[in-house]
Design a binder for this molecule. Structure first.
Ligand code: SF4
Length: 347
């Protein structure tokens, strides 16, 4: 067993074990995990500094998950856009390959809460061949995102199997891996895995850090190893109430990510997923937060704010409005400090 597999094997999945590590209301948490499983690996648990801190909120089940009834299981209609099992084809030139529904830890805010950890599922055998055949037949697909669950929950052999098969399809130019392991279980990033990713370059890697408390010596080492092996790293964060919904926390996170060669790529407004409503942040607040970032840190550290429209409407970028008014070609702007006015004739 590799080191990361040993850590993972010690994950906490029941309240009796969890209560030995942190003070919890077992009765309430048991009710939640009957519907939405819990898995917290010892590494991620060790990042908790105090009750209800940003790490706690992301991994310790909360009664609101079953008490708030708002939201839908699948607001983005991923199932509808799934022409073959484990493959989502929403945009003309991109598909999402769902490698597994298992992860190295179950995040309480997960957008695929309806399936992660519920029934063990791995894309393999005939199912995998069917997915590869679908991609082969659709010549417009030039970008494949290997997602899940977390694909890096699977072993290196399986990862290489996906990469090898995708690289055989001539029209697939870009392969991306969506994985939270550099944050949840950075020990999973090993020299052997990096060699595999390098072999099938270009491989892009979208990781998922939500708070600067997740940036540690181990996660830096993991991202450094990936970057040193030519993997291009981006980060998709989710705006989460009580975790990171203020400009200062996000600035610390995004500046920290840049220091480990990870470009903040997207900042999502949370999807309207049942069981995650206590994390919801309004669009107004999200735009206010963006105002607190733009101009106050380098543009490199500012991701795009994205709302994934319900019913499969697609990813939609949102930006605060800096145009105060305009008449004909003359525009009046408010600057980022919201106090000076600038004029420009746009011809
Ligand atoms: S690792 Fe990703 S897919 Fe798995 S529970 Fe967390 S957010 Fe969801």
């Amino acid at each position: 067993m590799e080191k990361w597999q040993k850590i993972l094997s010690k994950s906490i999945m029941d309240t009796a074990t969890l209560s030995k590590r942190v003070k919890i209301d077992k009765r309430k948490i048991n009710k939640v995990i009957k519907r939405y499983p819990m898995k917290i690996n010892p590494y991620y648990l060790s990042l908790i500094r105090k009750k209800n801190d940003p790490i706690w909120k992301q991994c310790i089940p909360d009664a609101s998950e079953v008490e708030l009834w708002a939201g839908r299981k699948d607001p983005l209609l991923e199932e509808k856009y799934s022409p073959v099992e484990s493959l989502i084809h929403r945009y003309r030139d991109r598909v999402l390959l769902l490698a597994t529904n298992l992860c190295t830890g179950y995040c309480r805010f997960c957008t695929r809460k309806r399936k992660v950890g519920i029934r063990e599922k791995v894309l393999e055998g005939k199912g995998a061949q069917k997915a590869f055949r679908y991609i082969k037949r659709h010549k417009a697909v030039r970008d494949v995102i290997i997602s899940g669950g977390d694909p890096l929950f699977l072993d290196d052999k399986r990862i290489e199997f996906y990469l090898r098969n995708l690289r055989r399809i001539r029209h697939v130019q870009i392969i991306r891996i969506d994985s939270r392991v550099p944050c949840l279980l950075p020990q999973r990033i090993t020299p052997k895995l990096c060699q595999i990713l390098k072999k099938y370059a270009p491989v892009y890697f979208n990781t998922h850090f939500n708070h600067s408390q997740e940036i540690t010596k181990e996660s830096k080492r993991a991202c450094d190893m990936l970057a040193d092996n030519g993997v291009v790293l981006g980060n998709q964060a989710v705006l989460l109430a009580g975790v990171n919904d203020d400009p200062q926390s996000l600035r610390r996170l995004f500046e920290g990510l840049l220091m480990m060669r990870v470009k903040p790529y997207y900042l999502y407004i949370p999807d309207a997923v049942k069981g995650t409503y206590h994390f919801r942040v309004s669009i107004e607040r999200a735009l206010e937060i963006m105002r607190g970032l733009i101009g106050y840190t380098s543009g490199m550290a500012v991701p795009r704010l994205i709302l994934d429209l319900e019913r499969g409407g697609g990813k939609t970028p949102l930006l605060p409005n800096y145009i105060f008014k305009h008449r004909g070609r003359r525009y009046i702007f408010k600057n980022f400090e919201n106090r000076k006015f600038y004029y420009a004739d746009i011809r």
